[in-house]
Design a protein around this ligand. Structure first.
Ligand code: PGA
Length: 253
C-alpha cells in the first residue's frame, strides 16, 4: 500500500513549553504506526531538535520544518537553509504552503529551487498546491494546480519525483472550517495523480503520497482518508489539540 501520512502543521503557534506538552500528550496515546503509515510534526524552527528527540524512539514518527530558503547559503539574515536542516537530521520540509506563497511572495520557480535543495540535502519535500476560491469558482482549478506542479516539480527525474509528498490544500478550505467534500478531494487527487502519470508513468504516480489539507478535523478525517487517492492529511488547527490529532492519526488507512 502507498504510504499514508498524518502531518501536523503547527504554523506560528504554541510556545516551546506548549509544544513539548502537546507532543507528550500525543505520544502518551501510544498510536503505533503500521509499516506503510507515518506521522510527521512540522514545528517552528527553534523546536526542531526538541521535537526530534521526543519522537526518536517512535517507529515512523518524523519531524518536518515548515519552510527553508531557496538559496544554498549566504548573507540572508534570519533565513534557514536546507543544509542547516539536514545538519539537524531533519528529513522532511513543507515547501510552498499557500501562506508562504501569499504572504512571502514565493513563486513556483523559487519553489523549484527549494525542492532541489531539499533533495540535495536528503530532505523529503511536502509540496503544497491548491487554488484560491475565485479559481475554484471559475472552474479552472485543474489547470491552476497542474501549472504549480509543472513549474515546481516536473523538472525532477523519475527517481526523485518518487521521493516527493504532495499536499493538495484548496486555499478556500484552510483555516475556514470549510472542508472540501470527499468528492472534491478525490476528484482533484485523482487528477493530480493522472498528471504525474502523464509526465512520468502510472507506476511512479501510484507511489506518490497525496495528502489533503484544509480543515481536516477529528470528525471528518476518516471519511476523507477513505478516498482511494487521498493518502492522509496535512493538518493545521486540529493538530494543535492533542486528542484531535490522535484521532486523525487513528483515521489513516
Ligand atoms: P487547517 O490548515 O487544517 O487549519 O485548515 C491546514 C494547513 O494550512 O496546512
Amino acid at each position: 500500500m502507498r504510504t499514508q501520512i498524518a502531518a501536523a502543521n503547527w504554523k506560528m503557534n504554541l510556545t516551546f513549553q506548549q509544544g513539548e506538552k502537546l507532543l507528550d500528550q500525543i505520544l502518551a496515546a501510544k498510536i503505533k504506526m503500521k509499516d506503510h503509515q507515518k506521522t510527521i510534526f512540522a514545528v517552528p524552527f527553534p523546536y526542531l531538535t526538541m521535537a526530534r528527540s521526543e519522537v526518536a524512539e517512535e517507529k515512523n514518527y518524523y519531524v518536518a520544518a515548515q519552510n527553508c530558503n531557496h538559496r544554498k547559503s549566504g548573507a540572508f539574515t534570519g533565513e534557514i537553509s536546507a543544509e542547516m536542516l539536514h545538519s539537524l537530521n531533519i528529513t522532511y520540509c513543507i515547501i510552498g504552503h499557500s501562506e508562504r506563497r501569499q504572504y512571502f511572495f514565493e513563486t513556483n520557480t523559487m519553489l523549484a529551487e527549494k525542492i532541489n535543495l531539499c533533495i540535495e540535502n536528503f530532505i523529503t519535500p511536502i509540496f503544497c498546491c491548491g487554488e484560491a476560491l475565485a479559481i475554484r469558482e471559475s472552474g479552472t482549478q485543474n489547470e491552476f494546480v497542474a501549472q504549480q506542479l509543472k513549474e515546481s516539480l516536473f523538472h525532477l527525474p523519475a527517481e526523485q519525483i518518487k521521493q516527493i509528498v504532495v499536499a493538495y490544500e484548496p486555499i478556500w478550505a484552510i483555516g475556514t472550517g470549510k472542508t472540501a467534500t470527499t468528492e472534491q478531494a478525490q476528484e482533484m487527487h485523482e487528477y493530480l495523480r493522472s498528471i504525474i502519470a502523464g509526465q512520468y508513468n502510472k507506476d511512479i504516480a501510484n507511489e506518490v503520497p497525496i495528502l489533503y489539507g484544509g480543515s481536516v478535523k477529528a470528525n471528518n478525517a476518516r471519511e476523507l482518508f477513505t478516498c482511494p487517492d487521498v493518502d492522509g492529511g496535512l493538518v493545521g488547527g486540529a493538530s494543535l489539540v492533542g486528542q484531535d490529532f490522535v484521532e486523525i492519526m487513528r483515521s489513516l488507512k
